[in-house]
Design a protein around this ligand. Sequence first.
Ligand code: ADP
Ligand code: MG
Ligand code: MG
Length: 249
Amino acid sequence: MLSIKNLHAKIEEKNILKGLDLTINPGEVHAIMGPNGAGKSTLGNVLAGREDYEVTDGKALFHGEDILELDPEERARKGLFLAFQYPVEIPGVSNMEFLKASVDAVRESKGLEPYSSVDFIKLAREKSKAVDLSADFLKRGVNEGFSGGEKKRNELLQMMLLEPSLCILDETDSGLDIDALQVVAKGVNELRSKDRSFIVVTHYQRLLDYIVPDFVHVLAGGKIVKSGGSELAKELEAQGYGWIDQENA
Ligand code: ADP
Ligand code: MG
Ligand code: MG
């Protein structure tokens, strides 16, 4: 699904990723943890194609194709989804319009007809219910005045409608109360399938009690310095990151 090799990236002349390797097979959930400022969000942003970042070396093959040269929309159409740490507001565009445009763009790239408005409204309402968002919510501006929990549930709704093959969730747990966290985790778990993979970036083990990953990686100093199973997250929670620095020293 995704094969990242020797990825180097910088922002504002500061090297952040320094030779990162990561392989993700279909159906796998990979958690990425690591100290503040390690480059976790940078990794997600580089994969999604945000323009502030400059890739200076390496490859990211997504379904066998290097996506690093593609613009963000093309990547999304190929099935990549990044749930932003701080989702943007788009005043004046309703959530429903935004969702329909996004879904239709993905459908078009698959050779499918756009949804009729009636069909899409029906589908969006049905999926909104599943993530505990009211129908009124769909009429509001994109992310306009959404609470932290609403933004996260909205991302989940986007994922349900877009049906991406690789979802990158960056600190989906930040600012969520326990109930909202469980709604999000339940939604993610329902979206898990043999064809869909996830990269879950998180600071805390807590989210991983609900979304149990197949692999846990520690990103430090711009690369993956340790990988393990879900038990690694528990070790990190108990011991912090210092022991990994010593192991690597
Ligand atoms: P993490 O998500 O692991 O906490 P980030 O990927 O957000 O880390 O940041 C990695 C490093 O890049 C940090 O040192 C951060 O200060 C720096 N950085 C991130 N965004 C910018 C930016 N727009 N301009 C300058 N430096 C940045
Ligand atoms: Mg951070
Ligand atoms: Mg971050």
